[in-house]
Write a new protein. Structure first.
Length: 171
C-alpha cells in the first residue's frame, strides 16, 4: 500500500484532463454562443467600442471554438492557451476591468481565472492522453517556457487587437 503514494514521477493525467475539459469546454461554449448569432454578437462588439464589429464577432467565434477544441484535444497546447489568454485579456480590458473584481458586478475574476488556468495548463502540459503527446510535441516546449509563451503571446495578441480595433466612447 505504501507504494501507492510514493511514485518517482507523479501522474497528473486526471488533473490535466479535468483542466482541458473545463477550460476547453468553456471556450467552445462561448464560441458557439457567439457563432449562433453573428449579427447579435457584432452589435454587442460595436456597443463596447470595437471597429469592424462583424469581423470581431466572426473572429471571436472561430478563435473561441478553435482554441477550446485544441485544448480539449491537447493539441498545440501552448498556442491554444495563448489564444485563451488573448481572448480573456481583450474581454478584461474592453468590458470587465472598470467593474472591479467580482463577476457579480461584471468584474474580471472569471476572465482572469480562465486565463490563469490556460497558462497553468500550458505549463504542466496536456498529459498522456493528448494529441501533443501522440505527436511527441509535449516535450518540445514545456514547463515555465510553455507557460511564458502562452502568457506572452496571448498578451501581445490582445494588445495588438485592442490597439487596432478598440475605440470606446469616452464617458
Amino acid at each position: 500500500m505504501a507504494h501507492l503514494f510514493s511514485r518517482s514521477q507523479p501522474d497528473n493525467t486526471g488533473i490535466q484532463l479535468l483542466l482541458r475539459a473545463a477550460i476547453g469546454g468553456t471556450m467552445i461554449a462561448h464560441g458557439l454562443k457567439h457563432g449562433r448569432s453573428i449579427d447579435g454578437t457584432a452589435g454587442w462588439f460595436g456597443s463596447i467600442g470595437f471597429r469592424r464589429p462583424k469581423l470581431q464577432a466572426q473572429a471571436s467565434a472561430v478563435v473561441e471554438v478553435g482554441s477550446g477544441a485544441a485544448i480539449v484535444a491537447g493539441a498545440a497546447t501552448p498556442l491554444a492557451a495563448a489564444a485563451v489568454v488573448g481572448t480573456m485579456a481583450v474581454a478584461a480590458r474592453s468590458v470587465h476591468m472598470p467593474n472591479g473584481f467580482f463577476i457579480t458586478s461584471e468584474g474580471w475574476e472569471y476572465v482572469a481565472n480562465l486565463a490563469v488556468g490556460a497558462v497553468a495548463l500550458a505549463g504542466i502540459g496536456p498529459g498522456r492522453w493528448s494529441v501533443d503527446r501522440a505527436l511527441g510535441l509535449d516535450t518540445k516546449v514545456s514547463g515555465n517556457h510553455a507557460a511564458a509563451l502562452a502568457a506572452g503571446l496571448g498578451l501581445v495578441a490582445a494588445g495588438a487587437q485592442l490597439a487596432t480595433f478598440h475605440r470606446p466612447e469616452p464617458h
